[in-house]
Design a binder for this molecule. Structure first.
Ligand code: PBG
Ligand code: ZN
Length: 323
């Protein structure tokens, strides 16, 4: 072997300065979205047992907590609501006094610069815990779209900055875009959960948001974990219907989907590092089995390297402190 064919990769790895200069992937606080759980009542900060460091917060506490978020430079929060009363149609979700509508008004007044993104689904609001209307134990598609339109309108009127439909019914992006545009809310972007898998990683979230289904599962609307081509078609459909940001969820086990989506569509792409991903990392670090800062940074770097622009993560405040 001639000497000049013996390439030395280690030349550019010899010190932190040079390593940083040639780093291909970076994480910035600008890319982070922090999910939060809003509950009714006052002065409430309920720990979520399966998600150490995460709480259900009443609106006064949410307001307090968001001061920290703003001070850390985190640009956006994603709100999930836990209503006082659940019913068959999830009416709290579209009531002008619903938990989320109240939270939006308080946060936008207090922190105009904080981007308030609102989840749009029914599972936290319905007595049966399903993401849509139910008849004879079947989740109805088109009838649910009409309810989503009411939720979108209520959130828009309350002042949401962005709507994130997580229901996975067919046609929801078009339905939501249509109602927003017809009511002078054409400037509100939609970030749709485009490729959302029926994943076991949502377990801790269902404790946090109290939205577990009372019977059956979500496999009739969320994607089969085994499918990849279908993800591309789901995303394409959302783009056709007018979504502004596409999303892949979960993130860490679905890096191939993130990669394919980014290669296929030149669209802003969000990845949701979900509750189960958070809980797994927290469990291992609390046992001292993994280094917390290193594993968090590594998990986020992988998601960015695969092609995600934005990352929705419960680690957002922790990462902001590391950076
Ligand atoms: C509701 C919704 C879920 C998540 C986000 N929105 C749960 C589900 O679909 O069952 C999961 C988020 C997480 O696990 O962190 N449709
Ligand atoms: Zn749902």
């Amino acid at each position: 072997m001639k000497n000049n064919e013996f390439f030395r990769f280690r030349r550019l790895r010899q010190n932190p300065v040079i390593r940083k200069m040639i780093q291909e992937t970076t994480i910035s606080v600008n890319n982070l979205i922090y999910p939060m759980f809003v509950t009714f009542g006052n002065n409430i900060k309920n720990p979520v047992s399966s998600m150490p460091g995460i709480y259900q917060l009443s609106i006064d506490k949410l307001k307090e907590e968001c001061k920290t978020i703003v001070d850390l430079g985190i640009p956006a929060v994603l709100l999930f609501g836990i209503p006082e009363r659940k019913d068959l149609t999830g009416s709290d979700a579209f009531s002008d006094d619903g938990i989320i509508q109240q939270a939006i008004r308080v946060l936008k007044k207090e922190y105009p610069q904080l981007l308030v993104i609102t989840d749009l689904c029914l599972c936290e609001y319905t007595s049966h815990g399903h993401c849509g209307l139910v008849k004879d134990e079947k989740i109805l598609n088109d009838e649910s779209l009409a309810i989503y339109q009411k939720i979108a309108l209520a959130q828009a009127k309350a002042g949401t900055d962005m709507i994130a439909p997580s229901d996975m019914m067919d046609g929801r992006v078009l339905a939501i875009r249509d109602i927003l545009d017809r009511n002078d809310f054409c400037d509100i972007p939609i970030m749709s959960y485009s490729a959302k898998y029926a994943s076991a990683l949502y377990g801790p979230f269902r404790e946090a948001a109290q939205g577990a289904p009372k019977f059956g599962d979500r496999k009739s609307h969320q994607m089969d974990i085994a499918n990849s081509n279908e993800a591309i078609r789901e995303i394409e459909q959302d783009i056709i219907e007018g979504t502004d940001i596409i999303m892949v969820k979960p993130a860490g086990f679905y890096l191939d989907i993130i990669y394919r989506a980014k290669q296929t569509f030149q669209m802003p792409l969000a990845a949701y590092q979900v509750s189960g991903e958070y809980s797994m990392i927290k469990a291992a670090t609390s046992m001292g089995w993994l280094d917390e800062e290193k594993i968090i940074i590594e998990s986020l770097t992988a998601i960015r390297r695969a092609g995600a622009d934005l990352i929705i993560t419960y680690f957002a405040p922790q990462i902001a402190k590391f950076l």
